[in-house]
Each structure stands twice: as C-alpha cells, then as structure tokens.
Design a protein around this ligand. Structure first.
Ligand SMILES: [Zn+2]
Length: 478
C-alpha cells in the first residue's frame, strides 16, 4: 500500500492509521477490520481471541523485568460513523476513505475520517508491535458497534481479561477523563379518557431554543421547549378556563427539545393570548443568551371533535413540576454533573394517547435506581404508567487512581503542560467495563480531533504522535 504520511515518527503508527482507513469499517460492518487486527495478532505471535461480535482481544506478554506488574488494558472501538457530502459518491460498505494531509491535520475527502476511534486502533497496534516498548502485559481490546449502542463492549466476555488497569482511547482530545455517565429512559404513558370539545382553540408553538446534547450540554442551563410550553399553558389557565387538546414536542431522547406545539381549548381567547405573551416575556428575562432566539407563535383555530379529558391538563402540569429535570446533582470532588434528566419528548393526542420520554443520566448507578423508583411512584400517583429501559452503566469518579496520577505526571514531563482532568456526562464503553471488572483503575484519553461524526472530521497528527508517546511512557511506568 502507498502511504501519504511518511515524514512522521513513529512511522508504523501513521501507517496503521492509513491501513485502517483503507478498510471499510462502519458500525455493523467490522468483519474486515477485525480480520486485519486478528491477522496482525497472529503475525506478531500474540494471544488472539475474537468473539462472534467481531470484538478482538490481543495480548502481548510482559517485557523482561515487568513479569510481576499488573497487566494493562488498552481499549477502543473499531467502528466509525459513516457520513458523506452529497457530492461524494462512496459505498461505505465496500470502499475505503481518500485521505488528505493539510499541514498537521488529516481529513478524508468529503467523508468522516473515523479518527473516532481509528486513533485507538492505530495506537494499540503500534504499541503491540513496538520493539522498544518496556511494559507489563498489554491487552488490547478492539470493540465493535460502539457508535450504535455500545454493543460490542456490552456482549464481550470479560473473563478473558487479566488487566486491572485500563486506558480507553475514545475522547477526541488531550484530556484525562475520569468518569462517565450511565443512563436510562423512562416512558411515562397512559390512554386517557376523552370527551368531545367544540370551540375556540389556540395552537401555541415555542420554537428557536438552542437545545443541544442532553448530557454534554445539560449544565448550560438552556431552556426546555416542552417545559416552556407547559409554563405557558399554566399561565393561560390562571386567567381563563384552559385545557390541553394535543401536544407535541422534542424529537430525540438525547437532545434538549427546541420546539413544542400545544393546542389548547380556551374560554376567553384574548385573556389567554395576553397571559401567554406576558408569561413568555417574563420567561425571556430569565433565559440565557444562547436561547435568545426563542419565540412563541399563537394561531387561532377551532376544534371540533374529541379531546383528552379536561382534568388531564392539571395532572400533567402538576406531575411535570415534580419530575426532576436539568442538573439534579453535582459530583463530589470534581466539578461536573453527576445526575441529570431531560424532559425529552412529549406527545398528547386528541384520542387520549399520552407519551412522555424522560432521559436520565448519572455516573452513580444507584442514583438511576432511585430515579427509576421515584418516577414510577410519582407516575402511579397521577394515574400514569412508567416503564424504564435502555439502561446502561456509568463510571463514577474515584478520588484515588494510580493510573490517572501517573498519566498526569507523564504528560507534564513530556509537554510542560497540565492535562485537564475531567469527566463526561455521557456514555462511554468504560462504564460497561467498570461494571464487569469493578476494581479496574481507568482513564480515558485520546488525540485532538475536530468535527467528530461530521464530514469535516480532522485529526491533529502532532497530537496523535504525542499521545502515542505519552501512552507508551505511561505503560512503562505501570
Ligand atoms: Zn468514539
């Protein structure tokens, strides 16, 4: 194969990255890249284990003098998100990427690059093949279908591992991640009684909020369109007889909703419109700068047909007020969100169907259990059903971490800079591995990338070389 990166060291690191990019490896299509990794292991005389999900584990024995050191696991996912510009005709199932070097940055022509998480694969292969490496037993776990639900990591048989220290390489930046969130979805639902409604109605739409990721952005205090719409209904209800006929807001459980439309039956239309506009003006004085694009539009309509029962409105408003939303608690010992919940998607139909999706996250699994119990008790009180699902585990911050302290020191010595130590309020494979091997001492780090999951994805080649050096030095000290 002809390589385009030939002037950087260690050469093998960059060539492995280019090799990977030449092999199609979108999520669910990992068998070819798993073959490549398996063959690498066989060629280098390593222990090789591959499971039915194409997860591959390679093990390199300890260097001389390291035989009694604790084995180290290095881990990352081998699947990538496949996105292409409309002009770029690519068959991701069968074609590799076209790489472009621009100064210190590497991109792919019109597509995602898969530095998320090709960085991990290249670093792991380079470590395993590095003749100068002095280190304990190194186990490298290459997992699959991370991007579509952490599937590979979930099904892997962790009894195959001997390591009790771990470096995950899936962060997209030179940081030390020391905690990640678990999560769960709760569906609140009911088939509400209906009754006929003939009369004036207002279609009220809240739109233009900033939204964002329900984990990574939850601490920013951005307004929630669904809760904003309910606050406006409440304001109308305070001045005139008001009832929800239907409601629709939010689109995904992992996004803060930016738009919500609620159709309300009202007795006195003018009074309701004034109350809504006043309440919205009042809300605007409290919202943050990013939400300044918010607006409310009111359309006068009439409704002639069935509607959800009149008592539902009061129950929904009251129930919603008692559902913990936004940031619920912060971590002890590090400045980051521990537990949060997103009032994600709501749907009320005139035929009585009510569905509300709540998405909770926490780095502490017990907090998710408590939330699940609390929500089902609360739902029962209001005559709703609650069903919890899509649960995955978090990784709680540990004040004492030998591997974290060692990496901070290595990074400082190599660069003269302090590496930021932080957690992420979203899911990582580390949460699943921590659950399977509870005494695993973990950090997550990675090379600097831009525009992950987009066609602008770029990898900083200097950063890749630096992180390789740092990880190699870390292994030597463990
Ligand atoms: Zn990733």
């Amino acid at each position: 194969m002809e390589y385009i990166i030939n002037d950087r060291e260690p050469k093998a690191l960059f060539h492995y990255f280019e090799d990977i990019c030449a092999i199609p490896h979108g999520s669910g299509n990992e068998s070819a890249i798993a073959d490549y990794i398996e063959n690498f292991g066989i060629k280098h005389g390593l222990y090789v284990y591959r499971d039915a999900n194409n997860n591959v584990l390679l093990r390199r024995p300890a260097s001389k003098g390291y035989e009694d050191h604790v084995p180290v696991l290095v881990q990352g996912h081998i699947d990538m998100v496949c996105e292409a510009e409309s002009w770029r005709n690519i068959d991701f199932a069968h074609e590799g990427l076209e790489l472009r070097v621009n100064g210190d940055m590497l991109t792919a022509n019109g597509t995602t690059l898969g530095a998320d998480d090709g960085v991990a694969v290249a670093i792991m292969l380079a470590l395993l093949g590095d003749e100068d490496l002095c280190a304990p037993t190194i186990e490298c776990l290459f997992t699959t279908e991370e991007e579509t639900g952490l599937t590979g990591a979930t099904v892997f048989d962790y009894s195959k591992l001997t390591a009790h220290r771990m470096i995950n390489l899936d962060t997209g930046g030179e940081v030390v991640i020391v905690s990640c969130a678990g999560g769960m979805r709760t569906l609140i639902s009911n088939r509400e009684a209906t009754e006929p409604y003939h009369g004036n109605a207002l279609s009220v739409t809240v739109d233009g909020l900033a939204g964002g990721h329900s984990g990574a952005d939850i601490h920013l205090g951005r307004a929630n369109a669904n809760l904003t719409a309910l606050a406006l209904v409440k304001a109308a209800k305070a001045v005139t007889n008001t009832r929800i006929i239907s409601m629709k807001g939010g689109s995904k459980d992992n996004a803060i909703p930016t738009r919500c439309t609620v159709v309300i039956g009202v007795c006195d239309e003018n009074a309701a419109v004034n109350a809504i506009n006043d309440a919205f003006a009042e809300l605007r004085t409290k919202i943050i700068k990013e939400d300044m694009g918010a607006n409310v539009s009111i359309e006068h309509i009439s409704h002639d047909g069935s509607a959800v029962n009149a008592g539902f409105t009061e129950r929904l408003i009251d129930f919603s007020k008692r559902v913990p939303c936004g940031v619920i608690s912060m971590c002890d010992g590090i400045d980051m969100v521990e537990t949060s919940q997103n009032y994600a998607v709501i749907e009320v139909d005139a035929d009585g169907t009510f569905r509300l999706c709540l998405s909770a996250r926490s780095s502490v699994d017990d907090k998710l259990d408590e939330m699940s119990t609390m929500l089902s008790t609360l739902a029962r009180e209001y005559g709703f059903n609650a069903e919890t699902g899509s649960r995955y585990n978090g990784w709680a911050y540990d004040k004492n971490s030998h591997i974290r302290d060692a990496y901070v020191e290595v990074y400082r010595e190599l660069t003269g800079r302090e590496i930021p130590v932080t957690g992420i309020h979203a899911g990582l494979e580390c949460g699943i591995i921590k659950r399977a091997v509870p005494d695993m001492d973990i950090i997550a780090t990675g090379a600097r990338t831009l525009g992950e999951h987009t066609t602008k994805e770029a990898l900083d080649l200097n950063s890749l070389a630096l992180v390789y050096k740092a990880v190699k030095e870390l292994c030597a000290r463990l």
